[in-house]
Write a protein that binds this ligand. Structure first.
Ligand code: ATP
Length: 287
């Protein structure tokens, strides 16, 4: 038996850090939304009791460091599953990019194995398990648009922003989220106004959403990798309606309403950045 599932990327419309907690994690407030750029995960049931991962990108680990592997292992351990699975991952989401590619693969694996192994778990239960793998996995279990708090695992669904294009541009560097957080000065931040952003989304005020975009990790990543700032500046200059770095970077996204302008910005960016995608914002939950 075999099933194929999509594992979409996310972007952060807002990312705020409130303080560092005693357990070492940071208390965050983030607004995340799903975009139409997805890895493709194929799960094949194996009679033999083992987990096998095949990844299309050679530099992504296929052993127990792979988050999809960890998702399968977690379900096997917790529910004493005696069957195995082959997880084939076609990577389309750039890696170490701030787009939660690995987390989304893990979330899709949880959803898919729930079906394949007949576990009968609810999405809420899967999201709870996902939090044990990584802070972004819970959101990725549901997709859609949400306010994420705690260390990112507490999810409150909100309505989808109005439809638009999202241009994603990733400079040829990988950013370590841990390194960015290590360099963050939590007492010295200009906080985005999350309440205003939630209101703008709920009221479908596209221009206001573009105005309210904010990510406290930008300044840290810009200092470590000035090319990320340069991509942001270019996207603004080319005329995107709103521009922000996603997660800890280095991907920068631009929101654009009109297709003709999207094409112009996309072509302009391709001139000096290899990894550029123009996709639709999904925003709606489809699980
Ligand atoms: P986030 O936005 O949640 O910080 P990210 O998009 O920055 O995530 P990922 O693409 O998820 O980063 O990858 C981060 C690290 O995780 C990489 O070092 C990669 O080798 C490892 N990894 C583990 N499993 C996967 C996977 N299934 N896909 C991609 N990377 C994975």
């Amino acid at each position: 038996m075999k099933i194929t599932i999509k594992a979409p990327a996310k972007i952060n419309l807002s990312l705020d850090v409130l303080h560092k907690r005693e357990d070492g994690f940071h208390e965050v407030e983030m607004i995340m939304t799903t975009v139409d750029l997805a890895d493709r995960i194929e799960l094949t049931m194996l009679e033999e009791n083992k987990i096998v991962v095949d990844v299309s990108e050679g530099f992504v680990p296929s052993d127990n460091r792979n988050l999809a592997y960890q998702a399968a292992q977690l379900l096997k351990d917790k529910f004493h599953v005696q069957k195995g699975v082959r997880i084939a991952i076609q990577k389309n989401i750039p890696v170490s990019a701030g787009l939660a590619g690995g987390s989304s693969d893990a979330a899709a694996t949880l959803r898919g194995l729930n079906q394949l192994w007949n576990l009968g778990l609810s999405l809420d239960e899967l999201a709870g398990l996902g939090a044990q793998i990584g802070s972004d996995v819970s959101f990725c279990v549901y997709g859609g648009t949400a306010l994420a708090t705690g260390r990112g695992e507490k999810i409150k669904h909100i309505s989808a922003p109005p439809p638009c294009w999202v241009i994603l541009a990733k400079p040829p560097i990988g950013v370590s989220t841990a390194e960015v957080y290590r360099n963050l000065m939590v007492d010295d931040l200009t906080h985005p106004n999350i309440k205003n952003m939630v209101a703008a989304i709920e009221e479908r005020q596209y221009q206001e959403i573009c105005q309210q975009l904010g990510n406290v990790l930008e300044t840290v990543t810009f200092k470590l990798y000035p090319e990320v700032q340069r991509i942001k500046d270019q996207m603004i200059r080319f005329g995107a309606d709103g521009v922000l770095m996603s997660g800890s970077g280095p991907t920068v996204f631009g929101l654009v309403k009109h297709e003709s302008r999207m094409v112009r910005i996309y072509n302009g960016l391709r001139g000096f950045c290899n990894d550029v995608h123009a996709v639709r914002l999904i925003g709606e939950r489809y699980y």
